[in-house]
Every structure is written in structure tokens, then in C-alpha cells.
Design a protein around this ligand. Structure first.
Ligand SMILES: [Fe+2]
Length: 392
């Protein structure tokens, strides 16, 4: 895509997105609008102990909606959690689902919706297009600002047998409403805010340049990057800054819309094996890989132009050449990584040179790597990992 040329796209504004302090109080009325009278609330124990779940339940009940709570979501949910959630759904018979929490709650709720509405097993829905029957309406209430799952039609579910992370997608799995209340993110520990915020930053930068990008995804990616890069430091320095919390939350949702239309790139292809093989948290893994991927991708002139435009639009004010603007972008990202307290290199997380061949092997199988603007072969993956081993 060059300047002044608009490539083909297919875009409808979905889901409905409602943002603002206190908007979670509208949950009951919004569920009613969708025709709900029996809601399954899918959440995790942390959201229960923070008191958010009880408030959401009370709000739904005040709208004369019966509620059943499934609060056994765990991080990186697998087929076991989805099956447990499905049992709860079948016992209760909901006519709508509310997912409250981070990406894991949203993924579990979406996974449950696949099986409750269409039967079968999660593996049947790996990739996209296999669900023929309508889904229950879903309202997503994110309490972190990171994954953008509230704006995506994919559920990421780990297969308990093969340990593969399956991306199960269908347009019908998309939430009907994403309810973005920044007050719900105030209880996030700083570490969680840092890692989820950094993940959202990576989503913005990856979606901006993928081979599947469209004029629409580019709009969302640009705005996501501008919002997140400006507000992540504010959230980390002043966790009670509600304006900054809202900006990050909206930025993460915009990045989620961008992913829905343009997929991701080599940073995620490299990061997923680091999580699977070395237990490195997703936000850390993408954060440590991002600078080397940016440098690699900037070797493609069209991609470098996009990075430069992002730097200028975000007010990083590099001036001068494309090279200077790309350098400014990378410096900003590295500065944010330090502020977020990310490890300085993979070696700090116990990854050694001897581990790289297995990581490369796994990275080449990652679907998301196919959409990177520069093709990534084994040699390129090895170079990317090597550059991230002892990064500055
Ligand atoms: Fe991510």
C-alpha cells in the first residue's frame, strides 16, 4: 500500500464499543437490550476477590436478570477450563454470556460459546469457519488493557493433549458489545499493567505493517500506537491516573480491531515458543523480541516508511530522514521496555544459545509469522533470537 492508494477492504464497525469511567454500571441495561434474561458470567478468582464480579452480578440482577457465575478461569486457558465452563453453562441454560477479566476470561467465554452453541470439541474450530449455528450474545468487560480480545473473533485455547495453542475463530464468536470501563483496570498490579500494556503496544506495531493490513486496520493500528506509547508511562508512574488508564484501554481495543483485520507478525511468532518452551510471560516475550523484529523489518523500505510515519504521527518528532524516524521509534520502544521493567535480554530469562535451534523450529510453525512484512525463514528467526539474547 503506497500513499494515496487505497487497497480493498471489508469493514463493519463491530463490536459496539462503549468507553468511559463508570460504564460498567450499564451492564444490566445493555444485557437487557440484547434480550438477555439468564446470564452466565465467566470470570477468574482475582476479579471475584477484587469485588468486580459481585458488582457486575448485582447490576445484572437489578435489571431482573438471573446470573450464574463461573469463576474458575486460569491464565492461558485450556480445553479443560472450556469444558468446565461448558458444564456450568449446560446446567444453567443461559441466553447470554458476560466475560469479565483479562484475555483468559474472554477466551474461555468464547470457547464455551463455540461448544454450547455448536457442539463438538475446540479442536473442531481451530482456525476459522467451522461453526454454522448462531452463538449466544456475548458482552466483553475487560479488566486489563492488553490483549484486545474484546474486539476479536478468535479464542486462544491450549489443547491439553498436544499443548498446542489453538486460535479458534468465527465471526459469530465476536462480542456484541465491548464495555470498556477504565475504573475496572485500577486494581491491576503495576506488573500486570506493564506487561499487558506492552503487549498492546506490540499489537499496534505488528498490525501496522503485516502483509494483510488494510486501510482500516492501519487507521486503528496508528491510533493505538499513538495512545499507548503516550500513556503507558503515565499509567506506570501514576497508577491512579484514570485518563491514562482509559487511553491505554481504548488503545488496546483499537489494536484488537487491527488484529482482527490484519493479523500479527514475527514478534508473536518468536514470542509464542518462548512462552511454551521457557515459561516466559507473553508480555515479556513480545517485549524482548520487538526491537530486533523492528530492526529486521525496517530493512524493507515500505515497512520503514510506515514505522517512520508512526513515529512522526505519535509526536516522537524525529525530523530528517526515514532512518532517523525509525531509530526514534526503536529508541522509544526500548525506553518503554525499561520503564516497564522488562528483562534486558532472553539470557536473563535463562535462554541460552543452545536453546535457539529448538526455538527456531517452533517459530517456523507459528501461523502468525506468515503475515510478517519481510518473509522470515529459519536463518532470519535465528538472527532475531540471537539479537534478543543480550539486547541493550
Ligand atoms: Fe500479544
Amino acid at each position: 500500500m503506497t500513499a494515496g492508494v487505497v487497497s480493498a477492504f471489508d469493514f463493519a464497525a463491530r463490536p459496539r464499543i462503549i468507553s468511559g469511567p463508570g460504564v460498567a454500571a450499564r451492564l444490566g441495561a445493555l444485557a437487557r437490550e440484547l434480550g438477555a434474561s439468564r446470564v452466565l458470567l465467566v470470570t477468574d478468582p482475582g476479579i471475584v476477590s477484587a469485588g468486580h464480579a459481585a458488582r457486575l452480578v448485582a447490576n445484572l440482577q437489578a435489571a431482573e436478570i438471573a446470573v450464574e457465575v463461573f469463576d474458575r478461569v486460569r491464565e492461558n486457558p485450556g480445553t479443560r477450563e472450556v469444558d468446565a465452563c461448558l458444564i456450568a453453562a449446560r446446567a444453567f441454560g443461559p441466553d447470554a454470556i458476560v466475560a469479565a477479566g483479562g484475555g483468559s476470561s474472554l477466551d474461555t467465554a468464547k470457547g464455551c460459546n463455540f461448544l454450547y452453541s455448536n457442539g463438538g470439541k475446540m479442536r473442531d474450530y481451530w482456525h476459522t469457519g467451522a461453526a454454522s449455528k448462531p452463538f449466544l450474545p456475548l458482552i466483553a468487560v475487560p479488566t486489563t488493557a492488553g490483549t484486545g480480545s474484546e474486539c476479536q473473533s478468535f479464542a486462544l485455547i491450549v489443547d491439553e493433549e498436544s499443548h498446542q495453542k489453538m486460535a479458534c475463530g468465527d465471526p459469530k464468536a465476536l462480542a456484541r458489545i465491548a464495555l470498556l470501563d477504565p475504573e475496572l483496570t485500577l486494581t491491576q498490579p503495576r506488573r500486570v499493567a506493564a506487561l499487558t500494556g506492552f503487549d498492546a503496544l506490540v499489537h499496534a506495531l505488528e498490525t501496522a505493517v503485516t502483509t494483510k493490513r488494510t486501510p482500516v486496520s492501519s487507521l486503528f493500528a496508528r491510533e493505538a500506537f499513538a495512545l499507548i506509547q503516550a500513556n503507558l508511562p503515565r499509567v506506570l508512574e501514576t497508577p491512579s491516573d484514570l485518563d491514562a488508564r482509559q487511553a491505554i484501554q481504548v488503545g488496546a481495543a483499537w489494536a484488537g480491531v487491527a488484529i482482527e483485520h490484519s493479523m500479527l507478525g514475527a514478534t508473536h511468532a518468536c514470542a509464542n515458543p518462548l512462552t511454551i518452551r521457557h515459561g516466559i510471560l507473553h508480555g515479556q516475550a513480545v517485549g524482548m523480541m520487538l526491537p530486533s523484529v523492528l530492526r529486521f523489518n525496517a530493512g524493507d523500505p515500505a515497512t520503514a516508511e510506515i514505522y517512520a510515519a508512526l513515529a512522526v504521527q505519535a509526536g516522537l518528532n524525529p525530523g530528517g530522514t526515514t532512518v532517523a524516524a525509525v531509530d526514534a521509534l526503536i529508541s522509544r520502544v526500548e525506553g518503554l521496555a525499561r520503564l516497564a521493567g522488562l528483562p534486558s535480554g532472553l539470557a536473563d530469562c535463562g535462554v541460552a544459545e543452545a536453546d535457539l535451534p529448538a526455538l527456531v523450529e517452533s517459530a517456523t510453525t507459528q501461523w502468525t509469522g506468515r503475515f510478517n512484512p519481510r518473509p522470515v525463514d529459519r536463518e532470519a528467526f535465528l538472527a532475531l533470537y540471537r539479537a534478543a539474547l543480550h539486547a541493550a
